[in-house]
Write a protein that binds this ligand. Structure first.
Ligand SMILES: [Ca+2]
Length: 234
């Protein structure tokens, strides 16, 4: 529909048309924070997006001056929320969008199937030093494939804890597990149940930074102490 079509007709000429016009007009929501940024939204904050195939979503956008990032997780050392949630809770997301939260595996899947995304994980370690990790591609498969994680190449200074070749420490190419869905590769354990949070477990490994559940990074030694906060964004 052409913009401003309602102004083409006057009330005297066709009031019925004006009424119809207002009914069929709809606002097209952007598919992610990058599209919002590219159309002039440069402030950080909560926005409504609508990924293809999804309902409308409220998301936290981080606009860095060059790009718009869609936040998929924030997690603090002294978080107010528990990460010991069930499959369906992880599917649709939980937490406080303005604080600690998980966007939801289904929505992350729908966003990442739209185009090529990279993911960036930022954190501040216990000494206040910022660290980051980026993967130049990031994709979650659909629920039928257990939201399997597919990562690209690592770059950063926080350490590669997701696609490391260390035995039992691989998260790339793993299926998502929750306390009530054991999709990991440990035959005798549900890693998500043991470790108290959903994740792309292999055979449990060293996923958990003590006190920071749902973490993207596993090697506290690389960080010189536990991080105070972690954010992940697309
Ligand atoms: Ca298992």
């Amino acid at each position: 529909m052409k913009a401003g079509c309602c102004q083409l007709q006057s009330m005297q000429e066709s009031p019925a048309f004006i009424s119809f016009c207002s009914l069929v007009y709809h606002f097209t929501f952007k598919r992610d924070c990058e599209e919002l940024f590219q159309t002039g939204h440069t402030k950080n904050g909560l926005y409504i997006i609508q990924p293809e195939g999804s309902r409308k979503l409220v998301v936290q956008c981080y606009m860095d001056g060059c790009n718009g990032w869609t936040m998929i997780q924030t997690n603090s050392h002294n978080t107010e929320i528990t990460w010991t949630e069930a499959w369906t809770t992880y599917k649709y997301g939980f937490g406080n969008l303005e604080k600690d939260h998980w966007l939801g595996n289904e929505y992350i899947h729908l966003i990442t199937k739209q185009k090529l995304y990279k993911v960036r994980i930022d954190l501040t370690n216990a000494n206040g030093v910022p660290r980051y990790a980026e993967y130049d591609s990031f994709f979650l498969a659909d629920e039928g494939d257990f939201y399997k994680l597919k990562l690209g190449m690592y770059e950063g200074n926080a350490g590669d804890s997701l696609s490391s070749p260390m035995t039992k420490n691989m998260h790339d190419n793993m299926r998502f597990s929750a306390k009530d869905r054991d999709n990991d590769r440990s035959s005798h354990t549900n890693c998500a149940d043991v470790h108290g949070g959903g994740w792309w477990f292999d055979s449990c490994g060293l996923w958990l930074l003590e006190g920071v559940r749902g973490s993207w990074l596993v090697n506290a030694a690389e960080l010189s102490g536990l991080p105070t906060q972690i954010t992940a964004r697309l």
